[in-house]
Design a protein around this ligand. Structure first.
Ligand code: NI
Length: 170
């Protein structure tokens, strides 16, 4: 399985709403498996298809980063159907290198979606898993974690990222 290139901040695909997946065909199956390998290689606990330059509603999450295969979640057309509470915690993103900031997320979420076999899935998640779901679902809606920060903080980070892009660091 090839490891895919991760798209970085500045690429317009990261700010675009991704398309719903209608057919789970070989392309989607391969994409999902390649995303898992890419996520493990990074290493990261989550990845969304736009991060590998594919504007489709597909996410992968594995809090164990491949240590325990039971933890792997591959979800098609995921949706946040309920949320409650608030938690502030440090967050980063493979597409936004070298930046981590505290982001407010719900403490509990319900996420629905479809697995690779076409079965409907419902996840009740809290803590880091809830955060990972929110982060990845944001990605398929064209949103990055830095979009949750104050305007001042966001503009400082954007300046820093712009410089990094210009100097070829990311
Ligand atoms: Ni991310």
């Amino acid at each position: 399985m090839p490891i895919l290139q991760i798209v970085k901040y500045g690429n317009p695909i990261l700010t675009k709403k991704a398309e719903e997946i209608i057919n789970i065909d070989k392309y989607i199956e391969d994409l999902a498996q390649n995303m898992v390998q890419t996520m493990y290689a990074a290493p990261g606990i989550g990845l969304a298809a736009p991060q590998v330059n594919v504007s489709k509603r597909l996410i992968t999450v594995d809090l164990s980063v491949g240590e325990d295969s039971q933890n792997l979640i591959i979800l098609i057309n995921p949706e946040l159907t309920s949320q409650e509470g608030e938690v502030i915690y440090e967050e980063g993103c493979l597409s936004v290198p070298d930046i981590s900031e505290k982001v407010i997320r719900p403490s509990r979420v319900t996420v629905t979606g479809i697995d690779l076999k076409g079965n409907e899935k419902i996840f009740e998640a809290e803590g880091l898993l809830a955060r990972a779901f929110c982060h990845e679902i944001d990605h398929i809606n064209g949103k990055l974690f830095i979009d949750h920060l104050s305007l001042l903080k966001k503009s400082l980070i954007k300046k820093k990222l712009k410089r990094a892009v210009q100097t070829g660091k990311i």
